[in-house]
Ligand binder design. Structure first.
Ligand SMILES: [Zn+2]
Length: 221
């Protein structure tokens, strides 16, 4: 068998290690099969880069940028954007209730309490079961009541007619809780103005997934 030296790797190999090619004198390429394969895959990789570059350039053309912007403003475009975001955002729901619309889709869940007042009252009777969800809530509670125990007391006094609605609330870190919102009117002595005033508190809370704690999500005047 005749050997032939590959011009690329300079290794002498038997003729059947070279691809056949009619126009070559000995009917074979001067580049061995191994080197030919390497070149093909290298060329392929280069083509991918080339293709990606081409796409990138094309997508940054002014009329294409405009077209994307226009599309993103249409109903279809908005839907597509929400859909693609949904693939990435995993909603972490910490409340016992997790049905209804997806958090992020729609804030309002409904106009029927998600958690029975009986359970909420029972839980709130133990101030240790009342958790303030965010730093902002902790600050609000501190300003309004002075202590967490007082907001627990407010929860134990909730009445059905004070219910407003139920909605998704987030702590801003991708964590969601399905909450019942109540408005509580109370006559209170306000030392700042030295007189009794009608105060109205808005309280939002959820029972946690473990069924054991009430997360106070929002509390303000
Ligand atoms: Zn070679």
């Amino acid at each position: 068998m005749v050997n032939k030296k590959c011009f690329k790797c300079s290794i002498e190999k038997p003729l059947d290690c070279f691809y056949k090619h009619k126009q070559m004198l000995d009917g074979h390429l001067n580049k061995c099969k191994d080197c030919a394969k390497k070149d093909v895959s290298k060329n392929y990789r280069n083509n991918i880069d080339h293709y990606k570059n081409y796409e990138r350039k094309r997508n940054s053309l002014p009329h294409r940028v405009e077209a994307r912007k226009d599309y993103s403003l249409t109903e279809k475009g908005k839907e597509a954007s929400i859909k693609s975001k949904k693939l990435w955002i995993r909603f972490l729901v910490v409340s016992e209730y997790s049905g209804g619309p997806d958090p992020g889709d729609r804030v309002k869940i409904g106009v029927e309490p998600l958690y029975s007042l009986e359970r909420v009252r029972a839980l709130a009777n133990d101030p240790k079961q009342v958790r303030l969800w965010t730093r902002k809530v902790a600050k609000d509670v501190q300003n309004l009541f002075g202590s967490e125990g007082d907001v627990a007391e407010l929860l134990t006094e909730l009445q059905p007619h004070q219910y407003i609605d139920s909605e998704w609330c987030t702590n801003g870190l991708g964590v969601w809780a399905a909450c019942d919102a109540y408005a509580v009117r109370r006559r209170e002595w306000v030392s700042a103005v030295k007189k009794e005033m009608n105060m109205e508190y808005f309280v939002k809370f959820a029972i946690g997934k473990t069924g054991a704690l009430v997360l106070v999500v929002s509390c303000h005047l």
